[in-house]
Write a protein that binds this ligand. Structure first.
Ligand SMILES: Nc1nc2c(ncn2[C@@H]2O[C@H](COP(=O)(O)OP(=O)(O)OP(=O)(O)O)[C@@H](O)[C@H]2O)c(=O)[nH]1
Length: 265
């Protein structure tokens, strides 16, 4: 099987820790050997206790108190401290042949979109022979407001481009949405027609932006970035489907080809 890792990303509150706990229980029920890694130095509570925890190395609270940093500067300090002491992580992980890590990351999206540190973490894991897949969570409530959904998709794309690892998008908290309708009612958002997306987004933007919206929607669609896997954590089939999609992305994710090349006017 080799060494695999899921890098679980997404904005604050998107459901990363809940997803990690669900995925851990699911994998354990299948007798897969998985380890939860917490890389959030500000985490306070875990439904599922991490086997490896950055807070054993450094905590945001200590950095803010001792170095007088604010929360954002403090987080960057912690992540850079991790990179400068990466042998700590290497020792914690050990050198088992068939490791599967589920890595819970902080919710500050700038860590994935333009700071170098998460990319360095990925490159280090790859050097240790891990095949890493990015799992990007977006709260399903976002699809009620297409402008927000569009912004979420662009952030996910930015993370994929910055990290250059196989990438899977997930719509989390589907159970909340399913209180308002059936899965079929929302299916059009899992792999939306770019023209529908443009129509909705254009309603909330000035005409100056309409051509740009159109170009972006087609580009994101061509590279499957608007494709999301719905996750209902209470449904075993939904988790199993996601796990097999991640396995597939790890195996084939490097072939980043557009679905179809369209001329943009
Ligand atoms: N109904 C429902 N609530 C969820 C689900 N996933 C997460 N939540 C709730 O959403 C809130 C945030 O979830 P977390 O798992 O802590 O989110 P996170 O992304 O780890 O948050 P940060 O650590 O702040 O970045 C919590 O109150 C969870 O109980 C879900 O699938 N369904």
């Amino acid at each position: 099987m080799g060494r695999h890792a899921q890098l679980v990303m997404g904005p604050a509150g998107s459901g990363k820790s809940t997803y990690c706990a669900t995925m851990m229980s699911h994998c354990e029920a299948q007798k897969r050997t998985v380890h939860l890694v917490n890389l959030d130095p500000a985490a306070e509570y875990f439904e599922y206790p991490p086997a490896i925890d950055i807070r054993d190395l450094i905590t945001l609270e200590d950095v803010m108190e001792e170095l007088d940093y604010g929360p954002n500067g403090g987080l960057i300090y912690c992540m850079e401290f991790l990179m400068n002491n990466i042998e700590w992580l290497e020792e914690e992980i050990g050198n088992y042949e068939n490791d599967y890590l589920i890595i819970d990351c902080p919710g500050q999206i700038e860590l994935y979109t333009h700071f170098p540190v998460m990319r360095q973490v990925c490159e280090t894991l790859q050097r240790w022979n891990f095949q890493v897949c990015g799992v990007y969570l977006l709260d399903a409530q976002f699809i009620e407001d297409v402008s927000k959904y569009f912004a979420g998709v662009m952030t996910a794309t930015s993370a994929m481009i910055n990290l250059e690892i196989p990438h899977v998008n997930v719509l989390s908290k589907m159970d909340l949405l399913l209180k308002q309708g059936k899965m079929e009612d929302f299916a059009k958002y899992f792999d939306p027609d770019p023209d529908l997306l443009i129509e909705d987004v254009n309603q909330n933007t000035r005409p100056t932006f309409h051509n740009l919206n159109r170009a972006l929607a087609h580009l994101l669609h061509d590279y499957s970035m608007v494709t999301f896997i719905p996750l209902d954590s209470t449904d075993e089939d939904s988790i199993e489907y996601l796990l097999s999609s991640i396995d597939h992305a790890i195996q084939y994710g490097e072939d980043l080809e557009p679905k179809e090349v369209e001329e943009i006017e």
